[in-house]
Design a protein around this ligand. Sequence first.
Ligand code: IMP
Ligand code: MG
Length: 196
Amino acid sequence: MHADIQRVLISQWQISARVQELARQITQDLQREQASEDAARSGGGPELTIIPIMTGAMIFASDLIRHIPIAMRIGLLTVSSYPGAAMSSQGSTLTTAQLPDLRGRHVLAVDDILDSGGTLRLVVPRLRELGAVSVKTCVLLRKDRPQAKATPADYVGFDIPDEFVVGYGLDFNNYYRNLPDIAILHPEAVERRKHG
Ligand code: IMP
Ligand code: MG
């Protein structure tokens, strides 16, 4: 698998440090934002429903949540925007079957990468429709392209060049999610994995 990598863009050590910073920021914001609500409900502390967008955000979310020490529920949302071996977006489908009741809940949607922005533009209004009182978004990566920059995200791990990346949950044709680093593939590997 490592022979397929042309270049490591972000190392696992950089990812780990940044994930901890993001978690700290998210925790502080929740504590501050829910302080008055909390006093009104006489304690209990802040609460959050985390919604990792499957499958790409699986690894990022699993690391992130272990650094957010507040009461938390998890719901899964599946959005497929790159079916199979496509490397550019082809329109998205959303599956909400594995979500808990979001009515009255503070929600944080977590995604691996902000690319065209189509996913977040689809997901955020849908979570509001389902009754969430607040919907925030957190992405590990944001590509340097106008559509990505124009899509609001509350927390961004790293801004990266507009290149196709794999690893730490991100796939090509469902391969490479288990790479610990974020990397760019050799063109030959792309050719080979296109066919499964
Ligand atoms: P968007 O909807 O175009 O913002 O793209 C979001 C989704 O596309 C991500 O959750 C990824 O699953 C996928 N995606 C976009 N860029 C890449 C990439 O460089 N590598 C792997 N997956 C990507
Ligand atoms: Mg993907």
